[in-house]
Ligand binder design. Structure first.
Ligand code: UGA
Length: 433
C-alpha cells in the first residue's frame, strides 16, 4: 500500500516504520527539515529500542522516505495517517490545530479515493471536524473516508506495542474504508476491535485515564502504608492476583509523568465538561498525582525543616526508564520546588540531554552516581533505572554529608539501606527508618 504518515514524532515515526517493515510504500512527512534530513540518514530522532536497525533496514530497501513536502506525499498515497501532536492547553482543552492544518493540506490533494486515518489522540468528534473541513474545502464525498485509529504504545516499547499490542482499535463508518484498514493491519499480530469513530476516540482517553487512576489509587494506599507499617509491595501483589484487577500499573512511587497521562487525564476532564460529565474520579487522580510527585520535598521538609543552602542529589530525571523523555517527569517538579526553597541540586541521569540542561541551567549535572551524591544532605531516587538497583549503597552513604535516602521508586531493600549505613531512609509505602 502507498501510505503517507503526517508527523515524524514518536507515534508517527513508529507507525511509519511498522508499516514499512511490512513492505508498504511509506512516505513520512515532517515540517522540521532538520529532522527529515537526520531520519533520511538513518539517525533516529528519539531513543527507542529497535528503532535504529529498523530505520536503516527500511531506508536501504526503500520502503520508507522522509520528506517535508506534505502535498507531494499526500498526492502519492492511498492512505494518509495523521500522527501530529495534540497538546493540552492551560485550560485543559485539546489543541487540535495541527490535525486541522494537516487536513487542510489533505483537502488540496484528493483527486481519487483516499482513507484518512486519525492516529493522534483527539477529543471525541474530531473525525467529524476533519470530515466537515474536507467537504467545506470542496472534496468529493466519495473520494475519502475518515477513520479513527488511536495508538496505545508505550515509550520504550513502542515498536513492540505497535506491532504486537494487546489490541488495535479501528473506528470506521464505511465498508470501503474498513476493507482498506483490514488489509493494512492484516500482517499485525494483534486483536482488532472494530467500532464507530466516537468509541475509538474515547477508548484511548479512557484507557490512559484508568491506568493513571490505578497509579494514583496505589499511591494513596502507599501513603497510608507508610503511616501504619504496612507494605505496599505486598499489598499490590495481593491486589493484583485478583484477575479482575491485574497486577499492572499498581507500582507505587512519586507519581506518573510523560507526554500522555498528565495531558490526557486533563483533556478528558475538559471533554467531559463539554457534555455535562463531571469526571470526579479523574479530577482526583490528577490531584493525587500533583501531590505525589512532590512527596520527596514533603519528606525532606519533615526531616530538615529548612532546605535552603543544602545540597540535594537526584538520581534519574526521565519520567520512566528506557526513554530520554522528561516531559512532565516528577523530577522536574521536585527540582523546581527545591530551587525555590534555595537548595543546591546535583543530579545524574545517563539519558540527560541538552534539553534538560537548558530547562535548569543552575543545577549541576554529574557523570556518575558517586559524583552526584558527594556532600549532599539527601539523595532522592526519581527514576527506577537499572543501574540504581546495582549501586554500591555503602560507598554512596559514605560520600554524603548526611546519610539520608528518599527512595521515590521503591528500589532499595530497607534492610540493605540500614546495613549500608544510611541514617534515614524513606520509601513510598515500603517502610522507613
Ligand atoms: C502511556 C500508556 O501506558 C500507553 O498505553 C499509551 O499509548 C501512551 O501513554 C500514550 O498515550 O501515548 P507511556 O506514557 O509511554 O505510555 O508510559 P507508561 O509506561 O504508561 O508510564 C507512565 C507513567 O506512569 C510513568 O511515569 C511511570 O513511572 C508511571 N507508572 C507506571 C507508575 O508510577 N506506576 C506504575 O505501576 C506504572
Amino acid at each position: 500500500m502507498k501510505i503517507c504518515v503526517v508527523g515524524a514524532g514518536y507515534v508517527g515515526l513508529v507507525a511509519a516504520l511498522s508499516f514499512a517493515k511490512y513492505k508498504n510504500d511509506v512516505i513520512c512527512v515532517d515540517k522540521d527539515i532538520k529532522k527529515v534530513k537526520q531520519l533520511n540518514k538513518g539517525i533516529p530522532t528519539i531513543y527507542e529500542e529497535g528503532l535504529e536497525p529498523l530505520l536503516n533496514k527500511c531506508l536501504k530497501k526503500k520502503y520508507i522516505l522522509f520528506t517535508d513536502n506534505i502535498n507531494k506525499a499526500i498526492s502519492l498515497s492511498d492512505v494518509i495517517m495523521i500522527a501530529v501532536g495534540t497538546p493540552t492547553k492551560p485550560d485543559w482543552s485539546v489543541d487540535i490545530s495541527q490535525v486541522v492544518d494537516a487536513s487542510v493540506e489533505i483537502s488540496k490533494e484528493i483527486d481519487k479515493y483516499k482513507v484518512i486515518i486519525i492516529k493522534s489522540t483527539v477529543p471525541v468528534g474530531t473525525h467529524e471536524v476533519v470530515e466537515n473541513l474536507l467537504l467545506k474545502n470542496g472534496v468529493d464525498r466519495n473520494n475519502f473516508d475518515v477513520v479513527s485509529n488511536p495508538e496505545f504504545l508505550r515509550e520504550g516499547r513502542a515498536l513492540n506495542d505497535f506491532l504486537h499490542g494487546d489490541r488495535m482499535v479501528i473506528g470506521c463508518k464505511s465498508e470501503k474504508a474498513q476493507k482498506v484498514m483490514d488489509e493494512l493491519y492484516s500482517p499485525f499480530k494483534t486483536k482488532i476491535i472494530n467500532t464507530n469513530p466516537p468509541t475509538a476516540e474515547l477508548i484511548k482517553y479512557a484507557s490512559n485515564a484508568l491506568l493513571a487512576t490505578k497509579i494514583s489509587f496505589i499511591n494513596e494506599m502507599a501513603n497510608l502504608c507508610s503511616k501504619v507499617d504496612a507494605n505496599i509491595d505486598t499489598l499490590s501483589y495481593g491486589l493484583g492476583l485478583d484477575s479482575r484487577i491485574s497486577p499492572e500499573f499498581l507500582r507505587a512511587g512519586i507519581g506518573y509523568g510523560g507526554s500522555c497521562f498528565p495531558k490526557d487525564t486533563k483533556a478528558l476532564v475538559n471533554i467531559g465538561e463539554k457534555y455535562g460529565c463531571e469526571f470526579n474520579i479523574i479530577r482526583s487522580t490528577i490531584k493525587v498525582n500533583e501531590n505525589q510527585r512532590l512527596k520527596p520535598v514533603e519528606i525532606l521538609l519533615d526531616h530538615y525543616n529548612k532546605i535552603e543552602g543544602k545540597t540535594i542529589s537526584l538520581l534519574g530525571l526521565t519520567f520512566k526508564p528506557g526513554t530520554d523523555d522528561i516531559r512532565d517527569a516528577p523530577s522536574l517538579f521536585i527540582i523546581d520546588e527545591l530551587l525555590q526553597m534555595g537548595a543546591r541540586i546535583r543530579c545524574y541521569d545517563p539519558m540527560v540531554s541538552e534539553e534538560i540542561k537548558s530547562l535548569f541551567p543552575n543545577i549541576t549535572y554529574c557523570d556518575s552516581i558517586e559524583d552526584t551524591v558527594r556532600d549532599s544532605y539527601c539523595t532522592i531516587i526519581c527514576t527506577e533505572l537499572d543501574e540504581f538497583f546495582k549501586m554500591d549503597l555503602e560507598s554512596i552513604a559514605k560520600k554524603m554529608k548526611k546519610r539520608v535516602l528518599i527512595d521515590g521508586r521503591n528500589m532499595i531493600d530497607i534492610e540493605e539501606a540500614r546495613k549500608s549505613g544510611f541514617s534515614y531512609y524513606y520509601s513510598i509505602g515500603n517502610g522507613s527508618f
